[in-house]
Design a protein around this ligand. Structure first.
Ligand SMILES: *Cc1c(COP(=O)(O)O)cnc(C)c1O
Length: 366
C-alpha cells in the first residue's frame, strides 16, 4: 500500500449537496434553497449571541445545561433526557453511530432527508429505502422493509424535500409494528410550522417508549441556522449512549445563549408561522393555476413546497431560468427528483417573483 486506504463504506458516500447561495455567475441571490427563515433571527437571540462575545476565551458549557433546561421548560420535557447537537444533523449521526454499524440496516423512505443515507454509510451500515406513496411516507412500505438487520428507522415529519405529513395515528402504527429493538427516530425539523391540531405525538411516544427518539432544530423557524444548534429527546438509555460519542464542546457558547433567547421569542415564532402559512397557501394556489403547463405542488406542511414539472417546461429549465433571475431553488436530480424543484417560502416579493418567472417560462404570460 502506498497511501492510506479509505473505508469502502466511506468511499460509497455521495456527498451532501448544500443549497446554493450564489448564482452560476457568482452573484448573490434570493436563497430559496435551504429552508431558512425569511424573517431573519429573533432580536433577543441576536443580542444574546453578541453578548457571548465578551468571553471567547472559555470553553462552552459542555452539558449545555441552561439550554437543556430552557428546552425542558418550554416543551414540558425532562432536561436530563435531552441531548444537544451541532445542528440536529449531528443528533441523527449520533443515533446511527450508537445503534448501527457494519452489517446493520438503517431504513427510511424514498425521497427522505438526504442526510439519512450519509448517516448510515458513515458508520458502515447499509441504507435501505422503502417506497413512497405519492411522495409521502408509506408506513406499510416501511414496515414491510424491516428485516432482522434493521437497527434504526428515520422518519422526517413533515418530510424534506416533499413537505408531506404523517399523522399521529400513522406514527403510532409505525411504532407499534416495529420490533422493540429498532430505534425509531422522528425528525421534527419543521414541526413548529404545523398547526396545533397537527401534533404527530412523537414527543409523547419518546417519553413513554424505550425505542423512540425525537430530533429538533433551531435552524428553521428559530432562524439560527448559522449557529448549528439541534437537540434530541428520548429514553435515558438512548440519550446516554449518544452522549458517549458526542463531541464534548459541540455547541458554542453564543449558540447556546442565542437558542435560549430564541425559545422565548413567541411573537417572532408566531409571525414566522403565519407568514409561512399565508405565502405557502398563495404559492400553492398559483402553482395550481399552472396545472395545464404540467406544474403540480405536493401538498406541504413545512416552509417549502416541492413543485413537480410534468409538462413541456422541465424542472431543470425552471431551475436555471429562476437562477438567471436571481432566485435560487433546490433541484434534486441526485435524489430521484429530476422532475422537481424544492422552493422555500421566502418573502412576499420573492414568492411573487418566482411565480411571475414560472408563468413566463411556462408560456402562460408574455
Ligand atoms: C434542516 C433539517 C434538519 C436539520 O438541520 P440542522 O441545521 O442540522 O439542525 C434535520 N432534518 C431535516 C429533515 C431538515 O430538513
Amino acid at each position: 500500500m502506498t497511501e492510506p486506504l479509505v473505508k469502502p463504506w466511506i468511499a460509497a458516500i455521495a456527498p451532501y449537496v448544500p443549497g446554493r447561495a450564489t448564482t452560476d455567475g457568482g452573484k448573490p441571490a434570493a436563497k430559496l434553497s435551504s429552508n431558512e427563515n425569511p424573517l431573519g433571527t429573533p432580536q433577543a437571540a441576536r443580542e444574546a449571541y453578541a453578548a457571548a462575545a465578551a468571553h471567547l476565551e472559555t470553553y462552552p458549557d459542555a452539558g449545555a445545561t441552561a439550554l437543556r433546561e430552557a428546552i425542558g421548560a418550554h416543551y414540558g420535557i425532562e432536561p436530563e433526557r435531552i441531548i444537544h447537537g451541532t445542528g440536529s444533523d449531528e443528533v441523527l449521526h449520533l443515533a446511527a453511530g450508537a445503534y448501527a454499524g457494519p452489517g446493520d440496516e438503517i431504513l427510511f423512505v424514498r425521497y427522505g432527508f438526504s442526510v439519512y443515507p450519509i448517516a448510515a454509510r458513515r458508520v458502515g451500515a447499509t441504507p435501505v429505502e422503502a417506497p413512497d406513496r405519492d411522495y409521502a411516507t408509506d408506513v406499510d412500505a416501511l414496515l414491510a422493509a424491516v428485516t432482522p438487520r434493521t437497527r434504526v428507522v428515520f422518519v422526517a415529519n413533515p418530510n424534506n424535500p416533499t413537505g408531506t405529513y404523517t399523522t399521529a395515528e400513522e406514527i403510532r402504527r409505525l411504532h407499534a409494528g416495529l420490533p422493540r429493538d429498532v430505534l425509531l427516530v422522528i425528525d421534527q425539523a419543521y414541526t413548529e410550522y404545523l398547526e396545533p391540531e397537527d401534533d404527530d405525538g412523537a414527543l409523547d411516544l419518546a417519553r413513554s417508549e424505550a425505542n423512540v427518539l425525537v430530533t429538533r432544530t433551531f435552524s428553521k423557524i428559530f432562524g439560527l441556522a448559522a449557529e448549528r444548534i439541534g437537540w434530541g429527546y428520548g429514553p435515558a438509555a438512548v440519550i446516554a449512549a449518544m452522549h458517549r460519542i458526542r463531541g464534548p464542546f459541540n455547541v458554542t457558547t453564543g449558540g447556546q445563549q442565542a437558542a435560549v433567547a430564541a425559545l422565548g421569542a413567541r411573537d417572532f415564532i408566531q409571525q414566522s408561522r403565519e407568514h409561512n402559512r399565508r405565502w405557502r397557501t398563495w404559492f400553492g394556489d398559483e402553482i395550481a393555476k399552472l396545472g395545464n403547463a404540467g406544474l403540480r405542488a405536493i401538498p406541504s406542511k413545512a416552509n417549502f413546497v416541492l413543485v413537480l414539472f410534468e409538462g413541456a417546461l422541465t424542472a431543470e429549465q425552471a431551475y436555471h431560468g429562476l437562477m438567471e433571475r436571481g432566485l435560487l431553488t433546490r433541484w434534486l436530480p441526485g435524489q430521484g427528483l429530476r422532475h422537481g424543484l424544492r422552493i422555500t417560502i421566502g418573502t412576499e416579493a420573492q414568492m411573487r417573483e418566482v411565480i411571475a418567472a414560472l408563468r413566463l417560462m411556462a408560456g402562460v404570460d408574455g
